[in-house]
Write a protein that binds this ligand. Structure first.
Ligand code: SAH
Length: 251
């Protein structure tokens, strides 16, 4: 009997951003596999087996999920946000390809990704063409990150930066901001959205000229505006940030 792996995105934090389909998949699984802190967000039942792992063990985790399913088990492989965005869904397919295929059923359940959750909190910064980049150079060379960032900045995309900083990667964001300041106007709005939809949520909007790497940590999603992105005062204080749906006319 072949088993099943469901790759499940939990959303950014708040349980209300977990979709009903994701909740069903979690409920149907006998095994829950994932990074420990993410699994801690799932209320596992007594009859479910929880397999927490370290953050760096992604491929091992995916192989483990496939191996359990090959034995006929039902597995939920858990990611934060959307499981397909810089997360476990791609790792599962990498493990599947490495293994030359596997006789298991696979389903990927979409989730609310950090980028859209952050955008919703501050207004509508992703209202026109945008791209998402991971600033992490763990899985690609830093030169590749910079080349893609430059291309995105020159093409005038709104840019969502995942993985902007961590204790092991303290300097990358500073260099990225320097590059952006060389291409984009100093008054471009930049959003630092930290721990969106969690109790410690903090959202800060600054001009690109004033953006500093210290404003981000590993829980932060950074959104850099395009030349059309605007900031408006919000009733009650603070700002809205939005990007009009009509493209800016090139100067
Ligand atoms: N699969 C996840 C992304 C994993 S990469 C998703 O779709 O959201 C990890 C990065 O996601 C973090 O470094 C941060 O940039 C971003 N992130 C995840 N959760 C977040 C949250 N609640 N608030 C802000 N950024 C978040």
């Amino acid at each position: 009997m072949s088993g099943r792996v469901c790759v499940v995105g939990l959303g950014p934090g708040d349980a209300r951003h977990l979709t009903p389909a994701a909740a069903d998949a979690l409920g149907e699984a006998r095994h829950l596999v994932g990074y420990g802190p993410y699994l801690a967000r799932v209320a596992a039942r007594k009859d479910q087996v929880v397999h927490p792992s370290d953050n760096r063990e992604e491929l091992h985790r995916a192989r483990h999920a496939l191996a359990l399913a090959a034995q006929g088990e039902t597995v939920a492989l858990v990611s934060s946000g959307d499981a397909g965005v810089f997360a476990m869904a791609a790792t599962l397919f990498e493990a599947l390809e490495d293994a030359g295929g596997a006789d298991v059923e696979i389903e990927v359940i979409p989730g609310v990704t950090a980028m859209t959750a952050a955008a919703a909190r501050i207004g509508a910064p992703l209202g026109h063409d945008f791209c998402a980049l991971s600033l992490s150079d763990n899985l690609k060379p830093w030169e590749t990150v910079l080349a893609r960032l430059r291309a995105a900045a020159e093409a005038d995309f709104v840019i969502a930066l995942y993985n902007p900083a961590s204790r092991a990667r303290p300097w990358q964001l500073g260099e990225a901001l320097e590059l952006l300041r060389g291409v984009r106007a100093g008054d471009t709005p930049v959003v630092f959205a930290t721990a969106v939809s969690r109790p410690e949520e903090e959202i800060v909007v600054v001009k690109l000229a004033e953006a500093r790497a210290e404003m981000a940590d590993m829980r932060t999603l950074v959104i850099v505006g395009s030349s059309a992105t605007r900031s408006l005062p919000r009733a009650g204080g603070g700002a809205w940030v939005y990007t009009p749906r009509k493209a800016a006319v090139p100067a």
